[in-house]
Write a protein that binds this ligand. Structure first.
Ligand code: LLP
Length: 447
C-alpha cells in the first residue's frame, strides 16, 4: 500500500517508541518482523540496538547537564550478554552487576572494571576474590559477613557503598518492590542498623566507606517515590556527617518505568533524571551537606522497549463459552514474567500490526504447566496456525530470566539496526542443552 506521496505507508505504532508499521508489517530497527521470523525462526528475541543506545545516551546527556558529578551504571540483570556491553561501554557508561557471571560477561564485553559496582545480598568469597582480582571499582555491601570477607581478601583499601533500606513503598508488584520494611535487601535506616554497620567500618583496615546505596523498586512511574528516597537518604547523610562520617557517593539505583501496555505512563529518561537531579540539588543545598557523586542504575528503561519477541502461532483452541487460546512456540521458559508477576503485555499480528483486533484471545505458551499463559485476554485480528505474533517490550528481564524449563532451547537474540540484522546471542542447540549432563560415576566416596 502506498500513500499519496508515493512513499511506503510507514507509521508509528502508538506509544511503542521506534516500532513502525510498514504496509501492515511490524518493523523494528528498519527490519520487517515477518522477514526476521522467516530468516531466523521463532521464538526469537529481536533487539533494536539504536533504540537502546539512544536511551542510554539520553540518561548520560541529561546528567552531564543537570548533575555532572555522576555515573550512569547499566543494570546488567535486565539483559546481560557481551554484545550489550560492547555497545554501551563506548558511551562512557558503567555497569551494575550482581554475580560473578555478570561481572565476567561485562568484562568480556569490554566494560571497564573501574566503572563497575557489584551489588547482591550474598556474594560468595569466590565472587569477592574474582572481583578484587579484576580491579572492581566498588562493592555495594549488604551484610556484615561481606564486610569481613572483603576485608580479609583485599590487599589494599577497597571502596564499598553500604546498601540501606530507606523504607519507601513504591507502587509496584510486591516481588519487584525492594524497600518494604521486611525486605531482604539493605540495612534499615529506621532501626539504626545501617548506622551501626557504617560505624563499624572504621574497624576494617582494608575497607573504604565511599557512600550509600538504595534501590526502591522497579517499574516505578511516580517521581515522588524517588523524591522521598532522596529526602530519606539526605537526612541519613546529615546524621552520618554529624558523627564525622563523610558520604562521597550516593547510589539511587534504578527502577524507571517503561510501556508494556497503553495505560502505562512512565516518564521519559530525561524527565526522570531532570527531576531527580533537581530534587537532589535542592535537598543537599537545604541541608547544607556537600553534594555527593550520584550513581543511577537504569536497566529496564534502557533495554526494555528495545526488544520484541516473535512467535509462530500453533494451535488455536476454544474452550466453549469461556475463552480461545492461541498457543505459541514460546512460553514461560523465555518469558517467565507473566507467571511470576502477573505482568501485562501488548501483542500484534506481525503482518497486520495496524489492524484493530476484533477477537479476544489468550496467548498460551507451550510449557507443560497451566500457569504458562503469556497474555490472558487481548484483542487481536483473527489468527491461524503459521501467523507470526509479536509481543512488545521484551528487551528487559526476558533473555536474562530465560531457562531451559521442559528442556526448551533458550531462543537466540538478533540485533537489528538500519535494516540489518545479526545474532547477538546464538541459538541454543539440543546438544547445548545436554552439554553438562553426565551419567554419575559413584565409585568414589566423600569423607
Ligand atoms: N539497581 C539495583 C540495585 C537493582 O536491584 C535493580 C533491579 C536495578 C538497579 C535495575 O532496576 P530497573 O531499572 O531495571 O527497574 N525481574 C523483575 C525486575 C527485578 C529488578 C531487580 N532489581 C522484572 O522482570 O520485572
Amino acid at each position: 500500500m502506498k500513500n499519496n506521496s508515493g512513499k511506503k505507508n510507514n507509521k508509528k505504532l502508538s506509544c511503542f517508541g521506534d516500532l513502525t508499521v510498514n504496509d501492515g508489517h511490524l518493523t523494528v530497527g528498519g527490519c520487517d518482523a515477518v522477514a526476521l521470523a522467516e530468516k531466523y525462526g521463532t521464538p526469537l528475541y529481536v533487539f533494536d540496538m539504536q533504540r537502546a543506545l539512544d536511551t542510554a545516551a539520553a540518561y548520560l546527556g541529561v546528567l552531564r547537564r543537570e548533575y555532572p558529578d555522576s555515573t550512569v551504571c547499566y543494570a546488567s540483570k535486565a539483559f546481560c550478554c557481551t554484545a550489550i556491553y560492547n555497545m554501551l561501554a563506548p558511551l562512557g557508561i558503567g555497569a551494575d552487576v550482581v554475580s560473578g557471571g555478570e561481572l565476567f560477561t561485562a568484562i568480556k564485553g569490554g566494560m571497564d572494571p573501574g566503572k563497575i559496582y557489584f551489588h547482591g545480598n550474598n556474594k560468595s568469597k569466590a565472587e569477592i576474590e574474582y572481583a578484587l582480582s579484576v580491579g572492581l571499582e566498588c562493592f555495594v555491601v549488604d551484610s556484615e559477613l561481606e564486610l569481613q570477607l572483603i576485608n580479609s581478601c583485599a590487599e589494599k583499601k577497597q571502596n564499598v557503598l553500604v546498601r540501606v533500606n530507606p523504607g519507601v513503598e513504591a507502587h509496584t508488584h510486591r516481588f519487584i518492590q525492594t524497600t518494604a520494611p521486611d525486605s531482604k535487601f539493605g540495612f534499615s535506616i529506621a532501626d539504626g542498623t545501617a548506622e551501626s554497620v557504617i560505624r563499624s567500618i572504621e574497624n576494617y583496615g582494608n575497607i573504604n566507606f565511599a557512600g550509600l546505596a538504595c534501590h526502591i523498586g522497579s517499574q516505578i512511574f511516580e517521581p515522588q517515590s524517588f523524591e522521598i528516597a532522596i529526602d530519606k537518604m539526605c537526612d541519613f547523610i546529615v546524621r552520618l556527617n554529624s558523627l564525622g562520617i563523610a558520604v562521597e557517593r550516593l547510589d539511587l539505583g534504578g527502577g524507571f518505568g517503561v510501556h508494556y501496555i497503553e495505560n502505562d505512563k512512565p516518564l521519559t529518561p530525561e524527565q526522570y533524571m531532570k527531576n531527580s537531579a533537581a530534587y537532589l540539588n535542592s535537598a543537599v543545598k537545604s541541608r547544607k551537606i556537600s553534594a555527593p557523586h550520584l550513581i543511577v542504575e537504569p536497566g529496564r528503561s534502557i533495554v526494555g522497549e528495545a526488544g520484541i519477541t516473535l512467535y509462530t502461532v500453533g494451535a488455536v483452541k476454544t474452550v466453549k463459552d469461556i475463552k480461545t487460546y492461541v498457543a505459541v512456540d514460546g512460553g514461560m521458559f523465555e518469558n517467565p514474567r507473566t507467571a511470576l508477576y502477573q505482568a501485562q503485555y501488548t501483542a500484534v499480528a506481525a503482518d497486520r500490526a495496524d489492524v484493530k483486533g476484533d477477537k479476544l484471545y489468550s496467548i498460551a505458551g507451550k510449557c507443560c504447566e497451566s500457569g504458562d499463559i503469556l497474555i490472558d485476554g487481548i484483542m487481536l485480528p483473527e489468527l491461524k496456525s503459521g501467523d507470526i505474533l509479536a509481543v512488545l517490550t521484551t528487551g528487559a528481564y526476558h533473555y536474562s530470566m530465560a531457562s531451559n524449563y521442559n528442556r526448551n532451547a533458550i531462543p537466540p537474540v538478533v540485533a537489528v539496526k538500519d535494516g540489518r540484522s545479526a545474532y547477538m546471542v546464538k541459538p541454543q542447540t539440543y546438544e547445548d542443552i545436554i552439554r553438562n549432563d553426565v551419567i554419575p560415576d559413584l565409585s568414589e566416596g566423600v569423607r
